[in-house]
Write a protein that binds this ligand. Structure first.
Ligand SMILES: [Zn+2]
Length: 132
């Protein structure tokens, strides 16, 4: 298997890929970026928290304009993760006519690029969960 690196440091690539947040130990607020202090309560102690790979679609929009290397249109979404945490990511392989707020979604990783040493840069998005 090729070497892989996540495109963001809060994406954990293991047998069950998931997102990881910094959680304030005082008020449980979650942040993907490292903080010196909690933006909610001001305390300075954090723990790592593994977030669920499943959630529900809170909101979305179809994007028609982007940089020259970005294929459009794509669907940008806000996902409420099961058990806490909110993340913005693209909704993968979805048609605008098939989606609505509240749909169950699941995190999915994909290779976004490969460098000259064949190291894969791995990104994430969400797909509509098959509830059949
Ligand atoms: Zn806090």
């Amino acid at each position: 298997m090729a070497n892989q690196i996540p495109v963001v440091d809060y994406l954990v690539l293991d047998t069950a890929p998931h997102l990881r947040a910094h959680q304030c130990t005082s008020c449980d607020a979650l942040f993907f970026d490292r903080r010196n202090a909690c933006a909610h309560c001001g305390r300075t102690d954090f723990a790592q928290k593994a977030l669920a790979a499943t959630g529900t679609l809170r909101a979305y929009t179809q994007v028609h304009r982007a940089g020259p290397s970005v294929k459009v249109p794509y669907i940008s979404a806000v996902v409420d993760l099961a058990g806490g945490g909110v993340v913005k990511a693209n909704l993968l392989d979805a048609e605008l006519s098939d989606i609505r707020p509240g749909l169950p979604v699941r995190l999915r990783t994909f290779v976004a690029g490969i460098d000259d040493d064949e190291t894969e840069a791995v990104a994430f998005g969400f797909e509509i969960e098959d509830t059949q």
